[in-house]
Design a protein around this ligand. Structure first.
Ligand SMILES: Nc1ncnc2c1ncn2[C@@H]1O[C@H](COP(=O)(O)OP(=O)(O)OP(=O)(O)O)[C@@H](O)[C@H]1O
Ligand SMILES: [Mg+2]
Length: 233
């Protein structure tokens, strides 16, 4: 699929939550944003497009289930596509002898967005992780005219990962609302300085480092201002 540069004009009510990598806090951030809007009485839906490493029954700690709990949405209560192998989606699908249908997923996301003030769409792994061998989250975001929130971890390596992610989004014409750096379990010499470096090098003004907040209400309070800015357009 070709990457078309689209002008940053009118955007939809869809926001992708894109990672610099896997396990960097995408679900945490999407849950916090979703919970903040839910508490404020806004209609928010949050979905994981593809979740891998899934068993037969939907586990309570699956991303899809966590997102649904945070927003209180009646549906979906699980990722749109659940795959067994804990691999990048294109490979996990291939191992199951299946592949993901772009148009089908796009239609599903458009339907969900049409009934909500905001639709949050969590990616799988890093931004360019292949959802199929033909397309990825950027392609979906383009089709949805989405904006993006980028999530990374406040540790060494994140500056380059974040800049690469922002470059790919810019190339795809996807506006970025914010970059969120989550705490790392193993702080290093860069921890605490990465947000300023990313902001300085990218020109992106809204780069924030968030503290540890395991409780949903605490997490939501941290991101409430950003959450409201995503719907007040
Ligand atoms: N600010 C925070 N406070 C407390 N815990 C956090 C915070 N940010 C992230 N975490 C925790 O870090 C872990 C990884 O985060 P999360 O599951 O959101 O990553 P992810 O990018 O969604 O991963 P995946 O690629 O598997 O979807 C989780 O246990 C999450 O609760
Ligand atoms: Mg996740």
């Amino acid at each position: 699929m070709t990457v078309a540069v689209t002008p940053n004009l009118a955007r939809s009510n869809v926001v992708i939550v894109a990672g610099t990598d896997t396990s960097v806090g995408k679900t945490w951030a999407a849950c916090a944003l979703g919970q903040a809007l839910r508490t404020a009485g806004r209609r928010v839906v949050a979905v994981k497009v593809v979740e891998t490493g899934c068993g037969d029954a939907v586990g309570a700690t699956e991303d899809g289930a966590l997102l649904a709990r945070a927003t209180g949405q009646p549906a979906p209560l699980q990722a749109l596509i659940r795959l067994r192998e804990p691999l990048t989606p294109a490979l996990a699908a291939e191992r199951e002898g299946t592949s993901l249908d772009f148009d089908e997923i796009l239609l599903r996301l458009e339907e969900l967005a049409s009934g909500a003030d905001l639709l949050l769409v969590e990616g799988s792994g890093g931004l360019l992780a292949p959802l199929s061998w033909e397309w990825n989250l950027v392609d979906l975001a383009q089709a949805l005219e989405a904006r993006a929130v980028v999530v990374g971890s406040d540790r060494a390596g994140t500056v380059s990962h974040a800049l690469l992610t922002l470059s790919a989004l810019e190339l795809g014409g996807i506006p970025v609302a914010a970059v969120i750096l989550t705490p790392t379990g193993q702080p290093d010499g860069s921890t605490g300085s990465n947000a300023a470096a990313i902001s300085r090098l990218s020109g992106q003004g809204n780069v924030v480092t968030v503290p540890t907040r395991a409780e949903p209400d605490g997490a939501a309070a941290l991101l409430s201002e950003l959450a409201f800015s995503l719907v007040q357009r």
